[in-house]
Design a protein around this ligand. Structure first.
Ligand code: DP6
Length: 326
């Protein structure tokens, strides 16, 4: 009873920040993302009656007690669904540093869900897999369907699921992730978004989201990159405005992040179509069309303080592979 899954991280164009149900991870708003192929998690899960406890480890990275607890709780849900009392061995490998603003919990819980469900012998639909992954980490539900994905906020667990709006082949968009810090973030997204209602601006954000989702959908229909880029940056800045006006405030950017934001704006004024977005960390995502990637890479070489760059194309969602990690 062993299975291995690989799942991409995803970058949200319209962001998820805040929950209406903390336990079920039902978000306050609909969100929209793109799966990215250069930042993936591979996870092998084995269930066996020989094991006397769950064993969880990450290859090449340390793991904290609270992460083990969260993974074990997720396994409990899968054991409960399958009605099996078996302990598991879980080994995970990330292709990028976790906790730095690249969605490691998204790819992590997507890979864990798909591998564990397969290993325990459950047969679930893609929609059911997204609902299960969401219970581990909200944004993980968006790493299961193919390509460009919408997460319907829903009102109940069964209605809060993700689905592909367009396959990965639909639009050759690139996400150039610029790593400016490898430090793990001090405040996790789960804890951070618990404070959303302390921001005087959160309700205003909610009012704008449906219009932004609509504009995103129109931009995709027309493959209008400028329209898409404008709404991506608007929503990123809006989410960070809410974060920064929460009590206590959350500042995820550092000086290099701010320099790149300014540079991206300058490059655009000079005719290079590129837009930025940032999750809960200082690292920058530069979004462009495939035809402009080389020019964006050249421009990024002039920026001081960049530690490394991960070039991403659009990825398919999570899937099982036959090469196990143990
Ligand atoms: C800023 O999915 O990590 O990246 O559901 O509490 O695990 P939990 O939160 P998580 O939040 C991601 C927030 C974000 C924006 C986004 O990806 O939409």
């Amino acid at each position: 009873m062993k299975a291995t899954a690989i799942a991409p991280a995803n970058i949200a164009f319209i962001k998820y920040w805040g929950k209406k149900d903390d336990v079920l991870r039902i978000p306050l708003n609909e969100s929209f993302s793109m799966n990215i192929d250069g930042a993936t998690t591979t996870t092998t899960v084995e269930f066996s009656d020989v094991f006397t406890h769950d064993g969880v480890s990450f290859i090449g990275e340390t793991i904290q007690e609270k992460e083990i607890w969260r993974i074990t709780k997720h396994l409990d849900k899968i054991r409960h669904l399958a009605n099996k009392k078996l302990f598991a061995r879980v080994i995970t490998k990330n292709s990028f540093p976790k906790g730095t603003g690249i969605a490691s919990s998204a790819s992590g819980f997507a890979a864990l869900t798909v591998a564990a469900v397969q290993a325990i012998g459950l047969r679930l639909s893609e929609k059911e897999l997204t609902i299960l992954a969401r219970l581990g980490s909200g944004s993980a539900c968006r790493s299961i369907p193919n390509g460009f994905v919408i997460w319907h906020e829903g009102e109940t667990s069964d209605t809060s699921f993700a689905e592909s709006l367009y396959p990965s082949t639909y639009w050759n968009l690139h996400d150039i992730v610029v790593l400016v810090s490898r430090d793990a973030k001090k405040i996790s997204t789960t804890i951070g978004m618990e404070g959303i209602s302390t921001s005087p601006y959160w309700q205003k954000r909610m009012k704008y989201i449906p219009g932004r989702i609509l504009r995103t959908k129109q931009a995709f229909q027309e493959k209008n990159f400028q329209k898409l880029g404008e709404v991506i940056e608007e929503d990123c800045l809006d989410m960070h405005h809410v974060m920064q006006t929460q009590s206590p405030p959350l500042y995820y950017w550092n000086e290099i992040t701010k320099n790149i934001m300014q540079s991206v704006t300058n490059w655009r004024e000079q005719g290079l179509p590129v837009y930025f977005t940032i999750d809960a960390g200082p690292n920058m995502h530069c979004i462009c069309e495939g035809k402009d990637e080389a020019k964006v890479m050249t421009a990024l070489k002039t920026v001081q303080g960049v530690q490394s760059i991960i070039q991403n194309k659009v990825a398919r969602g999570a899937y099982c592979i036959n090469n196990h990690l143990f």
